[in-house]
Design a protein around this ligand. Sequence first.
Ligand code: LFR
Length: 497
Amino acid sequence: SQNKVYLAVDLGAGSGRVLAGEFDGKHIELHELNRFENIGLELPSGSHCNVPALYQNILDGLRIAADRYGDAVISLGIDTWGVDYGLLDKDGRLLGIPYFYRDSRTQSMMEKAEQIVPKEKIYEATGIQFMFFNSLYQLLSEVEGRNSGLQVAEDLLFIPDLLGYWLTGKKVQERSIASTSQLYNPRKNDWDYELIEKFGLPKHLFKKLSDPGHVLGGLSEKVARRTGLNGTKVITVAGHDTASAVAAVPSQSATPAYLSSGTWSLLGLELPEPVINEQSLADGFTNEIGVGNTIRFLKNICGLWLIQQSRRYWRAAGEDIAYSKMAAFAAEAEPFRSFIDPDSPLFVEEGHMPEKIQQYCKKTGQAVPETKGQIIRCIYESLALRYAEVWQKLLEYTETPPKTLHIVGGGCQDKLLNQFTANALGMQVAACPVEATSLGNILVQMMNDGAIKDLQEGREIVLNSSLVERYEPEAQEAWAAQRDRFADVISGTARSE
Ligand code: LFR
């Protein structure tokens, strides 16, 4: 019989894709149908996300799916980066172009929020890491600016919810993406209405939440006609990309350890219950919601952003260097020459990355990296050492330390960084799958369809479908010494927790 096909729409802050997952009863084979850039719109009102362009690209991908697979297509699911949202009026029309999370309108909003509700109380309620771009601070800036959209809005839909609405005409707020807002309470399993009220946010925008794994609806007639897809259901998957990625981590451990590696490096454990206490606040750990109401206990670490931004800088100067070439440059450079704190506020904004790295090294009295290889090596080693630092803290939160760290996402293709990570952590690293996010998206659709019974079974299928590369720690003495040096270098500088 014909294999079943599930479609994953996966949008990152840098690029998006539509993939088809073909399931033969044992393996999932992924096929890329459409890949496109997610290019922000710089307008007088700020930095916006071009959601309509993303939508057109999704429709193009769906049309290709219809041509290629026809009736074999069972369903589709959508996941995106976190925190961003659109507001809708009473007739479901979008009120303005959604903002991109790096937009500067959240400047000083974190301080403002803490004047209204003390930091400890916000964390106590939500368990979410304090990041300047959380929906809470975006919404607070709209309250402060008396944003006309917010005043008349009937609905707030996060990006995956909004795209799902455009495809089906059905509105929901899905739990995993809602949890990134810093307005969701993981112990109450609901919005924290007390916080919502204290911040003066319209309460009616925060509705009954929906869980991953339910039918959102069929494609609207218009969309079905335009794409040629008939009878395809849209499933509410884990709308947050990181939640989908972690769902596909091929681990059999009770508390899987993962590094979801992309623009951000999300390093953490999957736990059954939230951990919200003074220590986790001080350590800056977040408690986001995963498939099956699991907790993603993790830290956002500035990740390949440093590499992406350096590449863009050199490209603007006329040199287009492939990522593989960048890694080769780093491999040839002298080890342990200088370090940066990847999470220094200096690196948050776009632009001039290599210069900022040099500036950092100069300011901290280190050798200033001059060549591309020196700069890239500095980034790689600093990332690995920062992972090791966070990993040490994470170990305090589990009695059964996992033996393997699973690196998933685009960044797991970087062999040098994988090896450095194994060296810095002193533990085995397993790299794969690259497309974890899409696979996690598809697993939830398969659960809805009854093709698999639970995530455990799904993770086994991912393991059987992928070629996992393992890295054993090397040069342990040298790396142990560098961990101390790294700690000394970065302790002198401020960090955005
Ligand atoms: C990763 C991610 C992170 C979130 C950041 C901003 O793509 O979703 O989990 O903190 O993007 O939304």
